[in-house]
Design a protein around this ligand. Sequence first.
Ligand code: 4AD
Ligand code: MG
Length: 458
Amino acid sequence: MSTAPDAAVPLDDADRPSVPAKRIAIGDAADHVKHSAGQPVEIAGWLYNLRKSGKIVFPIVRDGTGLLQCVALKTALPEETFEALKHLTQESSLIVRGRLRAEARAAGGYELDVESVDILQHVSEEHPYPITPKDHGVDFLMDHRHLWLRSKRQHAAIRVRHEVIKSIRDYFDSNGFTLVDTPIFTPSACEGTSTLFEVDYFEDEKVYLTQSGQLYNEANAMAFGKVYCFGPTFRAEKSKTRRHLTEFWMVEPEMAYADLEDVKRVAEDLVVYIVGRVLENRKEELKTLERDTSRLETVAKPFPRMSYDEAVKILQSKGSEIQWGGDFGNTDETLLTEDFHRPVMVDRYPTEIKAFYFQPDERRPEVALGVDVIAPEGYGEIIGGGQRIHDLKLLEQRLDQHQLPREAFNWYLDLRRFGTVPHGGFGMGVERFVAWMCGLEHIRETIPYPRMLYRTRP
Ligand code: 4AD
Ligand code: MG
């Protein structure tokens, strides 16, 4: 005889459920109806909204994968359950069971006829969920970012972000690149000393949060050929613009035996690939975000290419005050791309305004073999990269000119001592890319917990 605690207890026939309800995700509703129509299901979620109409209540439940309208009839449920549902508050947690059917009029296209409900927590009326359908200011919403992520648009943007990240990885993984991680605590600057976050390490040692994995990537490329790193990067940027975060995610490929043209080809190919994946796999989210996808469907190869010199002339003809030698401002980038429905590639910037590691053009050393990819519709620079200096003497000179301590870069100089080759790569900022895909005004909504000049919470 079995003594197991879960040994079956005989049930009256009336209590015995015919088939136990199967837990499914709302996102799989279509699949379920197609393959197991009529079988009972269970949805575990939170109350998004509630409509009432006499003897029926329509709880809209969200479970993180979608929204599902449920139909609860007074006549089909125990009195107590019906009353509890009827007075349920926003974001209360609940499990509903019943049968799914297609319903063209319901958001999402399916409806659940409720047969039973478990309420895990009824959110108190005295202390209701703070985010309601009314308009809240962005500061209020940002202070409640931990809850705001449950809202439709925020949820959609983060799902687009996931697709962007996944497609970046798929792209590099299937194109011969090895993932080699680079450190976050670093002993020296990569992108200029003015945007470094300093950290107290042990025994009075100072380290910095990485601005870019590039320098290590270069070492990794000499070991593996084609590599990429992908992680958080940090800039102590005091700029309070809609494009700047102090902590952002950057993917950085680096290739040995590569020049500026190779870098441009990979950048263009990657961008086209990601846009295609987002359009294909995040249709619903783009709809929620009211993104005009016709502006993304035109993103194809080749991207328009121009030199910095040409870009300056175009900008001047459009009324910009830019002079040769200056860096482009946000408005310049927007002006430059306004005639195109694709990202624009600008190369050969003045060596003076570029980081120490850029390879100068042999024929015109005053310009560097670097390229920026500028997204259309005012989303600005999404990619920066180029060819690196591979000559030891020249690199030493550049370090001196930038007043960077040679000692800290000795390991980096080794790469020019032991089998140096032309090489290059780039960095792409995930958040700027996501802002562009989603058509978001501000970069702060593209990352779950943005870090900016005046925001480090929650
Ligand atoms: O142009 P950046 O500074 O290039 C580098 O860091 C190179 N070391 C990358 C490389 O060649 N491996 O930054 C690259 C990209 C920018 O084009 C932009 O998309 C993003 O990183 N980015 C930022 N995104 C959000 N907030 C900021 N403060 C950003 N700074 C750069
Ligand atoms: Mg840049």
